[in-house]
Design a protein around this ligand. Structure first.
Ligand SMILES: O=C(NC/C=C/[C@H]1OC[C@H](O)[C@@H]1O)c1cc([N+](=O)[O-])cc(O)c1O
Ligand SMILES: [Mg+2]
Length: 214
């Protein structure tokens, strides 16, 4: 096919969503993915849980690992308090290009810093490059086998503080077994599972919320 799925998703946003209206961008993507083409956004059902955790934490500094088309970046950034910011890391340049445009269509570019590159390279540079002390909230939604090494890297780089909330997507499907075992067994985390479904399907999935105790 001439265009890619992310390009068709962006076109659906530009056609059906209102500029500077994040909720209409979220709805346009969910409609596209439910009725036209499935895509790996966190989706509306898990998105509702994501929203409730973001509202509870009300983060001033937030990190997202894996932007894809920018759906969860829009979900998170629309809820951030004034002066707060979301840094989102995306390895795939094609996804990053689409995500930037989706975030811009929602009018949230001032709240979101999209960084193209590998999380393993960028996490150690967060403090000096972005002037970040610690993160209040981290959403993990990138490669599932990167959840654990990147969490350990965040710890080692001193980017987590007492009370930092990690929220991980897909801990059942596709699954992140090594990450789940770690956060559930570690005395440094208080972990809780939120049962849900794989985006736009009836398959079992869920989010794991883990509070860093330091
Ligand atoms: O691989 C998934 N996400 C990882 C994304 C990987 C991409 O983001 C980082 C990198 O650019 C890579 O190309 C995924 C996969 C499914 N799935 O059903 O296969 C469902 C989901 O919610 C997912 O986040
Ligand atoms: Mg996901």
């Amino acid at each position: 096919t001439r265009t890619t799925r992310p390009q068709r998703l962006l076109r659906a946003v530009q056609k059906n969503a209102t500029r500077n209206n994040p909720l209409s961008v979220i709805s346009a993507i969910d409609d596209f993915c439910r009725h036209r083409e499935w895509a790996m956004n966190v989706g509306d059902e898990k998105g509702f849980i994501l929203d409730s955790v973001v509202n509870e934490v009300s983060p001033v500094t937030a990190l997202e690992l894996g932007a894809y088309c920018g759906y969860s970046a829009v979900r998170i950034a629309r809820l951030l308090p004034p002066g707060a910011c979301l840094i989102t890391l995306e390895f795939n340049p094609d996804y990053a290009a689409i995500a930037r445009q989706v975030i811009a269509w929602a009018g949230l570019e001032d709240k979101v810093q999209l960084v193209e590159g590998a999380s393993g390279d960028w996490i150690p540079r967060m403090k000096e490059h972005f002037g970040i002390e610690t993160f209040d909230f981290v959403f993990l939604d990138h490669w599932k086998d990167s959840y654990l090494p990147d969490t350990k890297l965040l710890e080692e780089c001193g980017l987590l503080r007492k009370g930092t909330v990690l929220l991980a997507d897909n801990v059942i499907c596709p699954g992140a077994p090594d990450y789940l075992e770690y956060v559930r067994k570690s005395l440094s985390y208080e972990s809780r599972f939120f049962k849900s479904h794989l985006e736009y399907t009836k398959a079992e999935d869920g989010l794991e919320k883990s509070v860093y105790l330091s």
